[in-house]
Design a protein around this ligand. Structure first.
Ligand code: PMV
Length: 322
């Protein structure tokens, strides 16, 4: 019985991915830029089980519900096709993301699954091939294959992978404001945005420009420019999402208050910038030397967790998955 375990971390985008040009290959309409975190790992073990009639999936020891199990099976089908295998597998995943932290688990989940399944099925995949494979599970998972700052390129199937970028050092302060589950998944919301927003074309062209500017800021080691672009792009994404019909609003009054507070802190000389994914929680970026102070200033708004740049997805030595 072949088995392999891998660990991967979530990532938070500075230049966001929102919209697919191909929903089956998961090709984005524009590139994006993110930081892979050093906290909240997902560890996944894949064991081939040629006698089993179907794949099985568990998350934190609990058998997966139908929808996540189907998503795992569809992903394993891609791996089996690459490997020329028909063997079913048992997939056991342990996620350290608190279920109510408001962080998406799919990026770390599919990055760990890509590495573990690739190895269990005997494929030899380099980082680029792993990133392309992880992308098929969840777009943002392409970036969790890579450590630290990662750019995920738009393009065709062969061109759309993530790779490392150098840039300024900074921390992220995760500000948990609302613990309820999101009402519209990012997958469904992306489709609605593409079909109904009158601003969608402008979003695609302006994101490509924002990404170029953010990469230039990274190359120049310019935290200020990168921070300003990060906040701008998050607010543009939320404006776009709100312009769908029917509208989708992920930001709550508490999220807006957090953006206001970050602006105030900046005006008072404490440099930090806010962003938010497809939900009400806010992530703030700050220079490493300012991160604890920024977290202390935000603590009246919600729970804060300071995180830094972490490693890409890695294969674990046999028996290390615990
Ligand atoms: O990979 P998905 O389908 O979970 O989409 C992620 C979308 C955002 O988190 C809102 C933006 C991003 O680039 O991560």
């Amino acid at each position: 019985m072949n088995e392999a375990s891998a660990r991967a971390f979530p990532n938070i985008a500075l230049v966001k991915y929102w919209g697919k040009q191909d929903t089956s290959l998961i090709l984005p309409v524009a590139g994006s830029l993110s930081l892979t975190l050093d906290t909240y790992a997902t560890t996944t073990t894949v064991r081939l089980d040629p006698d089993a009639a179907a794949d099985s999936f568990s998350l934190n020891g609990v058998p997966g519900a139908a929808t996540p199990t189907q998503r795992v099976t569809r992903f394993l089908d891609l791996v089996r096709e690459l490997a020329g295998s028909t063997a079913r597998a048992r997939v056991d995943s342990l996620s350290e993301i608190p279920t109510d932290a408001g962080l998406a688990s799919s990026a770390a989940g599919f990055a760990a699954l890509a590495v573990a399944a690739g190895a269990a099925y005997g494929l030899e995949l380099d980082a680029r091939a792993l990133s392309r494979l992880a992308r098929r599970g969840s777009g943002s998972a392409a970036r969790s294959i890579i450590s630290g700052l990662a750019v995920w390129h738009a393009g065709d199937d062969a061109q759309s992978f993530a790779e490392p970028v150098g840039g300024p050092e900074f921390k992220m302060i995760i500000l948990t404001l609302d613990r309820s589950a999101k009402r519209v998944s990012s997958r469904d919301a992306m489709v609605r945005t593409a079909q109904t927003s009158p601003f969608y074309d402008g979003w695609i062209s302006s994101t490509a420009q924002t990404l170029d500017a953010a990469l230039a800021a990274c190359h120049a080691d310019d935290f200020t420019a990168l921070g300003l672009l990060t906040e701008l792009h998050a607010l543009r994404m939320h404006a776009l999402i709100q312009s769908a019909d029917p509208p989708i609003r992920y930001l709550k009054p508490a999220s807006i208050a957090a953006f206001d507070r970050v602006e105030e802190l900046r005006a008072a000389g404490l440099e930090c910038y806010a962003t938010a994914d497809a939900g009400p929680n806010v992530v703030v970026i700050a220079r490493p030397s300012d991160a604890d102070q920024v977290a202390a200033e935000l603590v009246t708004l919600g729970e804060t967790t300071v995180v830094g740049a972490g490693p890409g997805a890695t294969l674990l030595p046999r028996g290390a998955a615990g």
